[in-house]
Design a binder for this molecule. Structure first.
Ligand SMILES: *[C@@H]1O[C@H](CO)[C@@H](O)[C@H](O)[C@H]1NC(C)=O
Ligand SMILES: *[C@@H]1O[C@H](CO)[C@@H](O)[C@H](O)[C@H]1NC(C)=O
Length: 283
């Protein structure tokens, strides 16, 4: 075989190599606290970003280089170990700077706790500048000793939040405020929120334990796929049931029964005057 032909074949084989995850380093940018956060190689082809929180230098964070309109986003996170009270690690989708009335956000926040006490996964969804859609979960494992996978599935019909593949939250677009038109970037941060995060702000960050680290790796972005014959997800006809198949309703129900500790949709006291938000009362 002529040299050029075999070289070409080799190059094609390399380009088509399946299953090689992208390096986090190539997908994101450290946007905040870059002088005290760092990357390391965990194994060939897998790099980890260690976000750091210190008392004087503060926290740190990253943003994805690309912005997306719909998609499935998976990331592995290992949270601050031992006494993590006061610390908050996050993973969220947010558009680039827009006026507040266009502020959309899909937000996961991991609220640290005293050693041995459980972490809380706090979630919220903002649309057109309005949030107040909090649901909270007790993680059913120790999130500090191993990496676990946290995911956001965002298609025109649903926002689904999953923990290790189990759906814990679903927000359905049935004529309620829903993010449908602007690209969002993925962010991760680690910061100090001891005025409110842990046991309502009663337990403060113990700076003698600093620096604190939260570890991120394996960011996987999977584009949204529409039903056959439809050009892109935003064109999926309203009557289509295509995206219904993306949600395991039985698994969601079970996870919520077992692990949900707060749900704005049943907080009658909070919404006594205005009534529950529309998405809480529409099937
Ligand atoms: C957490 O505590 C264990 C046991 O005391 C210790 O081995 C480990 O180094 C601590 N981890 C951190 C991040 O401080
Ligand atoms: C921390 O632990 C306490 C006691 O188990 C629990 O009430 C609380 O919800 C936990 N999480 C946070 C973020 O405070």
């Amino acid at each position: 075989m002529p040299l050029t032909a075999s070289l070409l074949l080799l190059l094609m084989a390399m380009a088509a190599r399946p299953g090689v995850a992208k390096l986090l380093y190539d997908q994101i940018e450290v946007t905040w606290g870059g002088d005290h956060s760092f990357y390391y190689m965990e194994q060939p082809g897998v790099d980890v970003l260690a976000l750091c929180l210190e008392e004087t230098n503060g926290g740190s964070g990253f943003a994805s280089k690309d912005a997306y309109l719909f998609g499935r986003f998976d990331i592995d996170i290992m949270l601050v170990a031992n006494n993590s009270a006061g610390t908050v690690a996050t993973f969220y989708l947010l558009p680039d700077e827009v006026p507040w009335q266009y502020h959309d956000e899909i937000d996961l926040e991991f609220l640290g706790n005293a050693t041995g006490e459980p972490y809380t996964l706090h979630t919220n969804i903002f649309v057109d500048g309005a949030g107040g859609r909090e649901q909270q979960f007790r993680l059913w494992f120790d999130p500090t000793t191993d990496f676990h996978t946290y995911s956001i599935e965002w298609n025109p019909k649903h926002i689904i939040i999953l923990v290790d593949g189990t759906p814990v939250r679903a927000y359905k677009n049935h004529g309620v405020p829903f993010p449908t038109w602007q690209r969002m970037r993925l962010h991760g941060t680690l910061w100090n929120a001891d005025e409110w995060a842990t046991q309502g702000g009663r337990v403060k960050t113990d700076w003698t334990r600093a620096p604190f680290y939260a570890y991120y790796r394996n960011l996987r972005v999977t584009p949204c796929v529409p039903s056959p014959g439809v050009a892109w997800c935003g064109d999926e006809p309203p009557e289509s049931a295509w995206f219904e198949r993306r949600l395991d309703k039985a698994a969601l129900k079970e996870a919520q029964e077992k692990h949900m500790i707060y749900d704005y949709c049943v907080d009658e006291k909070r919404f006594k005057e205005k009534g529950l938000p529309k998405e809480c009362t529409t099937e």
